[in-house]
Ligand binder design. Structure first.
Ligand code: NAG
Ligand code: NAG
Ligand code: NAG
Ligand code: NAG
Ligand code: NAG
Ligand code: NAG
Ligand code: NAG
Length: 851
C-alpha cells in the first residue's frame, strides 16, 4: 500500500492540472482555411492556403526576442521564410494576440483582452468599408500566391475589400504588383526590414517613380541610390541581365489606370522571391527542395557605376574605361572643374564645352552604344514617333540634347532630353543606343570616315594636320624611349625593397579606383621558390610551369612562369594583368601581382593547398573525399565563376580552356577557376596554338571551336557541360574510353536515351545517405544540354545557374557532338558534323571584348 502525504497529493493534483492545461492548449491550436467575424485566429492557430503552400499565423523571429508577429510564410520550406508581416513595428509581448475581423470590416491584430475592451488594435488593415450586406458575409482567406484577401460576399458576388499584396513588406512574390494605381493613388512598394530579426520599417525602399517616363528606383532614406531604370519593352534599363527565361514572365503596364510591374512564374511548383535588404541590395532567389536552401540567381546593384549619378551630370560611367576612373564626359562636354575632376574621381560631372553654340548648321549626333539611358524623369516622350522622325524632331529643336528609342523591342517611340543628362553608364553586352547632339567640329572627331564629307580644303588641312601629327608622334616616341630607359634603371633599384605588406590592400581593386598592381621583384620570387626548384614545381600547364613559393613575410604564393611569349610589350602585358587582377570572385583564383624581368614574365597567384579537381575525381582513392553534396557545390561554384567571367565582370572573358585541371579546390573544397584571362595576355592566336598542343584539352572543346576556330561564350558552356559530366561520373571525357569505344559524352547520351543514365553515375556517389539520384540525373541533363551540337541550342551560363538552382522541368537535350570519337588532334575531317555550322554564324569570334 502506498500512502501519500498531503503535500505529495497536492503536487500530484497540480501536475495533473498542468498536464490537462497543456493538452487543452494544444487541442486548441487549429489549422483554419478562413477567418470569419465569429472565428478569429488565435496565437498558435494557422491559416493555410488551399494547397498549404503558405501559412499565416503568429511567430517569433529569434530565440532571444519574445516579440510575436503576425505574418505569412512559406509553409513547405524548411527554413523560416517570412514573406509578409502585419504588425511590423508593433510586436506583441506574449501569446495573447488574436487576428480577427472587426465590425468595420477590417482585419485587426489585437490582444485578447483589448478586443473586448475596445482599445485600439495593435495593427489594422485600415479600410473603412460601408456596405449594405451583413458583416457575416465577410471573411479572410489566404490564397496560394501568399496573398491574404479580405472578401465580402454579396448575393454570390465576391468583392475584395483589402489584400496584403497591396501592402508589400520586403518581399516581392510572383503575381504581386508593384507600382501605382492611378485611380486610388495606392502605391505599392517594398520596404526593407530593419534587420534580419526585426521586420520593422527599414531605410531602403524599392518603388516605381511615375515622374516623367516612369522608372523603378531603390531609395535609402528617401534618396535614390540605384536607378533600376525605365521599362524598355524588354527589361529595366538598369538591369542588363534581366532576360526572360523559362522560369519568369514579366508584365509592365503603363496606362491611364496604373503603372505597375508584375512577375509571373510558369511553373507554380517553383518558389521564387525577390527580397529587398536593408543593406541596399535586392536579391532574387529560388528554393531548392533537395538542397534545403535558397539559391541566389540575381542581385542588384552590382557595380560602382550602378550608384546613382556616380559620375554627375552629362557624364558616362564606363567601367571598361582604360583611364584611371570610370567617368567619361559625353561627346561635346568637358569636366565641370578639371582639378576636381581628378580629385573626386570624375564625380563632379561635366558641362557643355565653351565656345560651342548650339543651333548652327552641320550639327549631328554621336552614338553611344550599350548604355543605360539617362534618367527619364525629365525626358520628353512621344510613343508614336519612329526613330527617323525622332532624330529629325531632336535636330529641329535647339534645346534637344539627345534622343533614343523608348521601346527596345519595337524600336519605336521617341525619348528626348532637353537639360542635363543624369546617371548614364555603359554595359558590356546589352544596353541601348543613345544619340548625343554635337556641333560640326565635335562631329568631325567622331566621324568614322573622315574623308567622306570633307571638301578639297578640308583634305589639305587634314593632310597638314596628319603630317604634324606624325612628326609629333615620332618625337614623343623618341622621348619615351629615352625616358623609359632611365626609368627602368630607377625601377630596378626601387622595386628591390618592395614587399607585399606595404602595397595597397587588395580590396582596393574591386572599387576600381586603384590601377596599381603589385610588381614583385625577380629576386624575391626566386628566393620564394628556391630558384624555381623542381621540388617546388606544382605542375606544368598550357602557359608555363607553376611553382609554389613562400615569401619572406610568410605568405604562400603560386608563381606561374609564363612560357616564352612574344607579341605584346611590357606596358600592354601590365595593362592586361591589371585588368585581369580586377576580376575578383570567390570562384576565381586571385591574382596578387606580376613579376617582369626582361623576357621573363610571371604571374603571382594566391596559393591553394588542395590540388586541382582532376586529382580528386579521377583518382580511385581521392574521389571518395567528394560526396555528392560536395560535388554539387563544386558544380554550382564553377558555374557561378564562369557566369561572372561571361557576364558580371568588367571584361567579358571567354575562358577557352576550362577543364578539371584548371579548377583548383581551396581548403574547404570550394572550387576556384584558374587560368582565366590567358587569352588576353597571350593574344588570340597564341592560345589557339597552345590548345592545339595540349591534347588533353581536346575532350573539352566544342565542335565549332575545334573545327572552325569559332569561340563564343557557348564554347565555354560546352566545356562546362563536359566537366559537369566528368564530375558526376568520375570518368574522363578525353583520352581513351576503350571499354565502350565512344567518348564519355557519347556513352552518356546513349544511356540517357534508354533512360539508363543512372548507370553511368559514379557508384560511390549513390551509396551516400545524402545522395539524391534525381538531382544527379538533373545534373546529367544539364550537362547534356550544355554539350549539344549546335551552339545556339546550348543554354547560357545564367540559364545554367538558374537550372541548377531550382526544380522546374528542363528541356530535353538534343544530340551532342561526337567529333572527338577517335579523332586525332588537327584532324578536321568529319563529314557527319561539318554540316549545319551556319548556326554558329554571327557569333563573335573574338574571345575577349572590352566592356
Ligand atoms: C537559436 O539558438 C540556437 C542555439 O542556442 C542557435 O544555434 C541558433 O542560431 C539560434 N537561432 C537564431 C535565429 O538566433
Ligand atoms: C509589453 O509589456 C510591457 C510591460 O511588461 C507593457 O508595458 C507593454 O504595453 C507591452 N506591450 C504590448 C504591445 O503589449
Ligand atoms: C492605420 O491608420 C492609423 C491612423 O490613421 C495609422 O496610425 C496606422 O499606421 C495605419 N495602419 C496601417 C497598417 O496602415
Ligand atoms: C536608417 O538611417 C538612419 C539615418 O541615416 C540611421 O540612423 C539608422 O541607423 C538607419 N537604420 C537602419 C535600420 O539601418
Ligand atoms: C514595345 O513594343 C512591343 C512590340 O510592338 C509592344 O508589345 C510593347 O507593348 C511595347 N512596350 C511599350 C512599353 O511601349
Ligand atoms: C490598363 O492596363 C490594365 C492591365 O492590362 C487593364 O486592366 C486596364 O483596363 C488598362 N486601362 C486602360 C485605361 O487601358
Ligand atoms: C572661345 O572663343 C574666343 C573668341 O572666339 C577665344 O578667344 C577663346 O580662346 C575661345 N576659348 C576656347 C576655350 O576655345
Amino acid at each position: 500500500m502506498t500512502v501519500f502525504s498531503g503535500k505529495e497529493l497536492v503536487l500530484m493534483i497540480i501536475n495533473t492540472l498542468l498536464f490537462l492545461l497543456f493538452l487543452l492548449h494544444h487541442a486548441s491550436s487549429r489549422s483554419l482555411n478562413r477567418i470569419t467575424p465569429s472565428q478569429p485566429l488565435r496565437d498558435g492557430d494557422v491559416l493555410l492556403s488551399d494547397t498549404a503552400t503558405f501559412a499565416l499565423g503568429f511567430f517569433t523571429l529569434s530565440n532571444t526576442s519574445r516579440n510575436r508577429y503576425v505574418g505569412i510564410w512559406y509553409n513547405k520550406v524548411s527554413i523560416q521564410s517570412v514573406v509578409w508581416v502585419a504588425n511590423r513595428d508593433n510586436p506583441l509581448n506574449d501569446t495573447s494576440g488574436v487576428l480577427s475581423i472587426n465590425t468595420h470590416r477590417n482585419v485587426v491584430v489585437s490582444l485578447s483582452n483589448t478586443r473586448t475592451t475596445g482599445l485600439n488594435p495593435v495593427w489594422s488593415s485600415n479600410g473603412s468599408f460601408s456596405s449594405s450586406s451583413s458583416i457575416t458575409n465577410t471573411f479572410a482567406k489566404l490564397l496560394d500566391t501568399g496573398n491574404l484577401v479580405l472578401i465580402e460576399e454579396d448575393g454570390g458576388i465576391q468583392r475584395i475589400l483589402w489584400q496584403s499584396f497591396d501592402y508589400p513588406c520586403d518581399t516581392m512574390m510572383p503575381f504581386m504588383k508593384l507600382g501605382i494605381d492611378r485611380k486610388t493613388g495606392l502605391n505599392r512598394f517594398l520596404t526593407s526590414w530593419k534587420s534580419s530579426d526585426d521586420p520593422g520599417f527599414g531605410n531602403v525602399t524599392y518603388r516605381i517613380n511615375p515622374t516623367g517616363y516612369p522608372q523603378l528606383y531603390m531609395y535609402r532614406n528617401g534618396n535614390p541610390i540605384w536607378r533600376v531604370g525605365s521599362w524598355t519593352g524588354k527589361r529595366w534599363s538598369g538591369v542588363p541581365d534581366m532576360t526572360p527565361n523559362f522560369i519568369f514572365t514579366v508584365a509592365f503596364v503603363n496606362n491611364a489606370t496604373e503603372v505597375t510591374v508584375m512577375y509571373g512564374v510558369n511553373d507554380p511548383s517553383v518558389f521564387t522571391r525577390m527580397v529587398l535588404e536593408n543593406s541596399g541590395q535586392v536579391r532574387r532567389t529560388t528554393w531548392q527542395t533537395q538542397e534545403h536552401r535558397w539559391f541566389e540567381i540575381w542581385k542588384g546593384p552590382k557595380e560602382d557605376c550602378d550608384n546613382f549619378r556616380r559620375c554627375g551630370s552629362n557624364s558616362n560611367c564606363n567601367p571598361y574605361n582604360p583611364q584611371t576612373f570610370e567617368c567619361v564626359c559625353l561627346p561635346g562636354f568637358e569636366p565641370k572643374n578639371p582639378r576636381e575632376w581628378y580629385l573626386r574621381d570624375g564625380s563632379a560631372g561635366c558641362l557643355r564645352k565653351k565656345n560651342v553654340s548650339t543651333c548652327r548648321s552641320g550639327e549631328g549626333f554621336v552614338k553611344l552604344t550599350r548604355v543605360k539611358v539617362p534618367d527619364t524623369s525629365k525626358a520628353r516622350v512621344d510613343l508614336s514617333l519612329s526613330m527617323k522622325a525622332c532624330r529629325e524632331k531632336c535636330l529641329g529643336d535647339c534645346s534637344c540634347a539627345s534622343y533614343t528609342t523608348a521601346n527596345e523591342s519595337s524600336f519605336t517611340g521617341c525619348m528626348t532630353w532637353h537639360a542635363d543628362m543624369e546617371d548614364i553608364r555603359t554595359y558590356s553586352s546589352v544596353g541601348q543606343d543613345l544619340y548625343v547632339r554635337v556641333d560640326a567640329v565635335e562631329l568631325a572627331k567622331y566621324r568614322k570616315k573622315p574623308f567622306g564629307s570633307l571638301g578639297m580644303k578640308g583634305m589639305i588641312s587634314l593632310l597638314v594636320v596628319s603630317i604634324l601629327l606624325v612628326l609629333f608622334l615620332v618625337m614623343s616616341f623618341i622621348y619615351c624611349l629615352i625616358k623609359n630607359k632611365k626609368q627602368a634603371r630607377k625601377h630596378s633599384k626601387n622595386l628591390f625593397n618592395y614587399s607585399f605588406e606595404n602595397s595597397l590592400s587588395m580590396d582596393d581593386f574591386s572599387s576600381g579606383k586603384n590601377l596599381d598592381l603589385p610588381l614583385f621583384d625577380l629576386i624575391d620570387i626566386a628566393a620564394a621558390t628556391e630558384n624555381f626548384s623542381d621540388a617546388n614545381k606544382l605542375g606544368h600547364g598550357g602557359f608555363g610551369s607553376v611553382y609554389k613559393g613562400l615569401l619572406s613575410n610568410g605568405m604562400e604564393i603560386a608563381v606561374k612562369r609564363l612560357s616564352k611569349y612574344s607579341g605584346q610589350g611590357i606596358e600592354e602585358f601590365k595593362n592586361e594583368v591589371v585588368l585581369i587582377a580586377k576580376l575578383q570572385h570567390r570562384n576565381l583564383v586571385r591574382i596578387l601581382g606580376c613579376c617582369i624581368h626582361g623576357e621573363e614574365k610571371m604571374l603571382i597567384y594566391e596559393y591553394l593547398p588542395n590540388k586541382s579537381l582532376d586529382f580528386f575525381i579521377f583518382d580511385r582513392e581521392s574521389k571518395l573525399q567528394l560526396n555528392w553534396r560536395k560535388r554539387f557545390d563544386i558544380i554550382c561554384g564553377i558555374a557561378r565563376g564562369i557566369l561572372y567571367l561571361h557576364q558580371d565582370s568588367r571584361l567579358r572573358i571567354i575562358h577557352r580552356d576550362l577543364k578539371a585541371s584548371n579548377v583548383l579546390l581551396d581548403s574547404e573544397l570550394k572550387p576556384k577557376i584558374a587560368d582565366f584571362g590567358m587569352a588576353r595576355i597571350f593574344g588570340g592566336d597564341q592560345i589557339e596554338i597552345n590548345t592545339k598542343r595540349v591534347v588533353g584539352t581536346y575532350g573539352y572543346m566544342s565542335p565549332e571551336y575545334a573545327m572552325e576556330g569559332l569561340f563564343s561564350v557557348k564554347s565555354d558552356v560546352y566545356s562546362f557541360g563536359v566537366l559537369l559530366l566528368e564530375i558526376v561520373t568520375s570518368k574522363k571525357n578525353s583520352g581513351h574510353y576503350e571499354e565502350i569505344t565512344s567518348t564519355l559524352v557519347g556513352h552518356i547520351w546513349d544511356l540517357w536515351r534508354e533512360d539508363r543514365a543512372v548507370e553511368i553515375v559514379d557508384p560511390s556517389l549513390l551509396v551516400d545517405d545524402d545522395a539524391c539520384p534525381n538531382e544527379i540525373l538533373k545534373c546529367i541533363q544539364i550537362g547534356l544540354l550544355c554539350v549539344q551540337d549546335y551552339a545556339a541550342d546550348r543554354p547560357t551560363m545564367s540559364t545554367v545557374v538558374s537550372m541548377l538552382g531550382n526544380d522546374s522541368s528542363l528541356p530535353s537535350p538534343k544530340q551532342p557532338a561526337f567529333i572527338f570519337k577517335r579523332n586525332k588532334p588537327g584532324d578536321k575531317s568529319n563529314p557527319s558534323t561539318s554540316e549545319g555550322f551556319n548556326s554558329v554564324n554571327g557569333m563573335s569570334t573574338t574571345m575577349v571584348e572590352a566592356r
